[in-house]
Design a protein around this ligand. Structure first.
Ligand code: FES
Length: 59
């Protein structure tokens, strides 16, 4: 399991699922969706997940 967010114990899979099903488009939306407040260290990982989800949902 690749955990990308230590604050909330989120795995990549869990974040990807939320991005797809809730149509989250920014790291802030992801943070709000889960807990609201975190350290922000994982923000680049969140952005990467959003980007990869956007690519795979195109077309
Ligand atoms: S590691 Fe994700 S908010 Fe802290």
């Amino acid at each position: 399991m690749s955990q990308i967010c230590e604050c909330w114990g989120l795995t990549r899979k869990k974040v990807e699922e939320a991005v797809r099903t809730r149509h989250l488009r920014t790291p802030d939306e992801i943070y709000d969706h889960f807990q609201g407040v975190g350290c922000g260290v994982c923000i680049e990982d969140m952005e990467a997940i959003i980007a990869s989800c956007e690519e795979t949902t195109k077309g």
